[in-house]
Design a protein around this ligand. Structure first.
Ligand SMILES: N[C@@H](CCC(=O)N[C@@H](CS)C(=O)NCC(=O)O)C(=O)O
Length: 238
């Protein structure tokens, strides 16, 4: 039995711990959480993750669950001594960008995706909201682009959990329909991470969603499934 049991799904937040575990090459057990069956809201799952979201890990060696992807990656980085520098300044830099992802990039790009791919197909076309989230997402990608001028990686001069946290969201600009035109530093960083075999493998676990990252990929089957899955949420929100 592996020390780490990961509960996840094939979403931007869900891929992050998979990227870490594949990069670090450590064994883990994986349980796929099925949103279609609302498994993330099951009473037993809520004991592991009171917020009813993925990802969650159970560190069996320590005998405790950990939720929130930033806390999960930080825990794994400390546990396995990888992808987190040991000096306080470097660690602080990593933490700043980790919070930047969780507080900005995730919520803004997530809402850009929600309003375009879930609300709109369910009859709630809201151009004002879409513009707000797409514009704010573009602004955040510009912040990253400026920061990446002359830098290979996001923080501490090395590939860290900050890169692993931000990449699945920022790289899904395709699905969020946010333009990256002119953001050449950002595109260079995408290329560097795209080229990492462990990342490419992670993006197929538990399931590949090529339409998140590739505008030529066929999204029709996923779009239908996605819109249907959340239809009841949209109605009950109103
Ligand atoms: N801040 C959380 C966000 C987690 C989150 O939003 N997970 C989504 C998938 S990307 C989820 O579980 N959605 C299912 C639901 O809301 O029921 C983290 O970083 O772990």
């Amino acid at each position: 039995m592996a020390d780490i049991h990961l509960y996840t799904a094939a979403t931007m937040n869900g891929y992050k711990p998979v990227i870490f575990l594949e990069e670090a090459g450590v064994p883990y057990d994986l349980t796929f959480v099925d949103f279609a069956n609302q498994e993330q809201k099951a009473p037993d799952y809520l004991k592991l993750n009171p917020n009813g979201k993925i990802p969650t890990i159970v560190d069996r060696f320590e005998g405790r669950p950990i939720f929130e992807s930033g806390a999960i990656l930080w825990h794994l980085a400390e546990k396995y001594g990888q992808f987190l520098p040991s000096d306080p300044v470097g660690r602080s830099e990593v933490m700043q960008w980790l919070f930047f992802q969780v507080g900005h990039i995730g919520p803004m790009m997530g809402q850009a995706m929600y309003f375009q791919h879930i609300a709109a197909p369910n009859g709630h076309e809201e151009p004002f909201s879409i513009k707000r989230y797409v514009d704010e997402s573009r602004r955040l990608l510009e912040v990253l682009d400026t920061h990446l001028e002359g830098r290979e990686w996001i923080a501490a001069g090395q590939y860290t959990i900050a890169d692993m946290m931000i990449y699945p969201w920022a790289r899904a600009y395709v699905w969020a329909r946010v333009s990256v035109e002119g953001l050449d530093n950002l595109k260079g960083w995408f290329d560097r991470i795209d080229a990492r075999p462990a990342v490419q493998k992670a993006l197929t676990i538990p399931k590949a969603n090529p339409h998140f990252w590739d505008e030529k990929a066929d999204a029709s089957a996923f779009a239908k499934e996605n819109a249907a899955r959340f239809a009841s949420d949209v109605k009950s929100d109103r």
